[in-house]
Design a protein around this ligand. Structure first.
Ligand SMILES: Cc1cc2nc3c(=O)[nH]c(=O)nc-3n(C[C@H](O)[C@H](O)[C@H](O)COP(=O)(O)O)c2cc1C
Length: 180
């Protein structure tokens, strides 16, 4: 029973979340592979999946969308969990009073989760290092409005990520974790 944690990540923040989830599942005694979605040759060899991607401009990254849609037939017969990384910053509500985590759900999340019967879909805070930005992202970060949107820092909530991973481990039959 091997679980695949597959990710799409432009600058490494979502990859870090995927690796953390993978390590947590492995700690719980579950066999696990952590790979970029573009490095997965045959998903059918896995028994369960965690699929995650950064959100850009309101969407999951194309590689993650394509992977999930292309392998819908396999995914819909196995337990699958989805996560997204972004928003960034420390605010919990935005200027319109909306919960920033709820508002950051990529627009395809609902459709993809329904198509494959995902057990859960979760948005985690992400990370941004302006010096890593490339191409159009680098240009966008120089625009006057960017200051408020491109908040630099690592906002990943490892406690929340670990707790989510532990819930997945339990659902996959790992024994309850003893802390300490
Ligand atoms: C150009 C740009 C656009 C972004 N758009 C969104 C967005 O629409 N929603 C969101 O929640 N986060 C957004 N973010 C934040 C990223 O999703 C966040 O930094 C994420 O953790 C990056 O993951 P990665 O390093 O794996 O690519 C954006 C960041 C940049 C640089």
């Amino acid at each position: 029973m091997t679980t695949l944690v597959a990710y799409a990540s432009r600058y490494g923040a979502s990859q870090g979340i995927a690796e953390r989830i993978g390590a947590r599942l492995a700690d719980a005694g579950l066999p696990v592979d952590v790979r970029s979605v573009s490095d997965v040759a045959d998903p059918a060899v896995y028994d369960a999946f965690v699929i995650g991607s950064a959100a850009y401009m309101g969407s999951w990254m194309k590689d993650a969308r394509d992977f999930t849609r292309a392998h819908r037939a396999v995914l819909s017969t196995r337990p699958v969990w989805l996560f997204s990384s972004g928003p960034i910053g420390t605010a919990t509500t935005d200027s319109r009073g909306r919960d920033v985590v709820a508002a950051a759900a990529p627009k395809e999340f609902g459709e993809l989760a329904t198509a494959i019967g995902a057990r859960d879909q979760r948005v985690f805070f992400g990370a941004l290092d302006r010096s890593k930005l490339r191409g159009a992202h680098r240009v966008m970060a120089t625009l006057p409005a960017a200051g408020k949107l491109f908040i630099e820092g690592d906002f990943r909530d490892w406690e929340a990520i670990d707790a989510w991973a532990d819930g997945i481990a339990r659902e996959l039959g790992a024994p309850a974790r003893s802390e300490g």
